[in-house]
Design a protein around this ligand. Structure first.
Ligand SMILES: Nc1ncnc2c1ncn2[C@@H]1O[C@H](COP(=O)(O)O)[C@@H](OP(=O)(O)O)[C@H]1O
Ligand SMILES: [Mg+2]
Ligand SMILES: [Mg+2]
Ligand SMILES: [Mg+2]
Length: 372
């Protein structure tokens, strides 16, 4: 079994250095620097895949027919691209990804498989060697997607990927996110969220869109413009400084099946919140709280049986913490990413800036006690 990842052990395995050398230089190299760069590259590439699909495949017709096939193509394409990039740089790291290649296999999956392959090659061909490109045209695309089958758990390193989070938002042309996180020994150490449709500056809601947020444990949270240019400047993000919950804005899912709007509203009332909730799909909600567009994210469960998935929360979780906020489930318990593919030890999610977090949890508990 691998021991806990420290900068020195990470450097040793990344660059195949003797441990003594790795220890000496570890004070000069930022922790997880290579992982951070690769994760940003992967999320940028996958976001391009999603945007290409949106432009080419989503039409008035697919929307009125509620045709979900475009998002399916984008989902598989994005997972193939991210897993492929991760494999190239970190061949030993397993991946917990949302999708699997079942629907792309055999004769039944041929049409979809060809669409995904064509899409991936068209949008990322320039970044691939000819060997890789011809491999992608064949079966490797299924293998790349299925590198996401890992079971997760408490030991070692693994990535977790949501190739498109906020499927419904994607189809509506609203918010969605490409989310990639690195979990080490059950804890999130790195998270990247790409939000192609989120305004870069919320004070200019009609201005430039496309935000990438990134955080590494202990290094703070940053945002940059989402584009393929890796030299993009980064600026630190911080949660809001609002002290009184009555001045707060809260955000929640658009989909009422994912989060209980009426319980959320009761909690907001108890906190003296008067501003209407901001309804938004995907982990862009975490990004909004991280940079102070909103103060609170409420995800009160609707069903007794639904268990949240790690890829829906891992990146957002570290970004909030590194931006000065806190995240827990509805009982104030930290999200436990060490169990496997799901957050089976938790129920619902609450995120808020640190100053008001305890008060928010208090209101959640009081509201739930009253409801029962
Ligand atoms: N009953 C339920 N309760 C909570 N979350 C659910 C749910 N059914 C599906 N989800 C998850 O909610 C995610 C979207 O969250 P949001 O409402 O914040 O946009 C979905 O991610 P995908 O879109 O990646 O499938 C899916 O994993
Ligand atoms: Mg999701
Ligand atoms: Mg998804
Ligand atoms: Mg899904």
């Amino acid at each position: 079994a691998r021991g806990p990842a420290t900068p020195a052990t990470t450097l040793r395995s990344l660059y195949k250095l003797p441990l003594t050398t790795a220890r000496k230089i570890s004070t000069h190299v930022a922790y997880l620097a290579k992982e951070r760069a690769v994760a940003i590259e992967a999320v940028e590439r996958a976001s391009q895949v999603c945007q290409a699909v949106f432009q080419r495949l989503i039409t008035a017709e697919t929307l009125t027919k509620k045709d979900k096939s475009p998002v399916t193509v984008a989902d598989f394409g994005a997972q193939a691209v991210v897993n492929h990039i991760l494999e190239r740089y970190f061949p030993d790291d397993p991946v917990v990804g949302e999708e699997d290649s079942k629907d792309l296999q055999g004769e039944e999956g041929r049409v979809l498989r060809e669409k995904v392959t064509e899409l991936v090659n068209a949008t990322t061909g320039d970044a691939m060697s000819s060997d890789e490109a011809s491999c992608f045209a064949r079966s490797c695309i299924l293998r790349a997607i299925d590198r996401g089958q890992y079971a997760g758990g408490p030991r070692g390193r693994h990535w977790t990927l949501d190739p498109i989070d906020g499927t419904k938002g994607f189809l509506r042309g609203e918010q969605f996110a490409v989310c990639l996180a690195l979990i080490i020994d059950g804890q999130v150490h790195l998270g990247v969220v790409g939000c192609p449709n989120l305004p870069y500056d919320m004070s200019k809601p009609d201005g430039e869109r496309g935000v990438l947020m990134v955080a590494v444990k202990g290094q703070g949270a940053f945002q940059r413009k989402l584009s393929a240019d890796s030299s993009e400047q980064e600026t630190p993000v911080h949660v809001s400084g609002v002290q009184n919950t009555s001045d707060a804005v809260f955000c929640e899912s658009v989909e009422a099946q994912h989060s209980d709007h009426s319980t959320n509203a009761n909690i907001a009332r108890l906190l003296g919140i008067t501003k209407p909730s901001v309804r938004m799909d995907s982990q862009c909600k975490y990004a909004s709280v991280a940079r102070g567009d909103a103060e609170i994210y409420l995800r009160l469960p609707v069903s007794e049986t639904y268990v949240e998935k790690i890829w829906d929360h891992a990146s957002g979780n570290i970004i909030i913490h590194e931006a000065g906020g806190r995240v827990s489930d509805i009982n104030g318990k930290p999200l436990d990413f060490s169990i496997g593919r799901t957050l089976s030890a938790n129920k619902g999610v609450v995120a808020a800036s640190a100053k008001i977090f305890d008060e928010v949890i208090g209101a959640v508990q009081a509201t739930l006690a009253k409801d029962n």
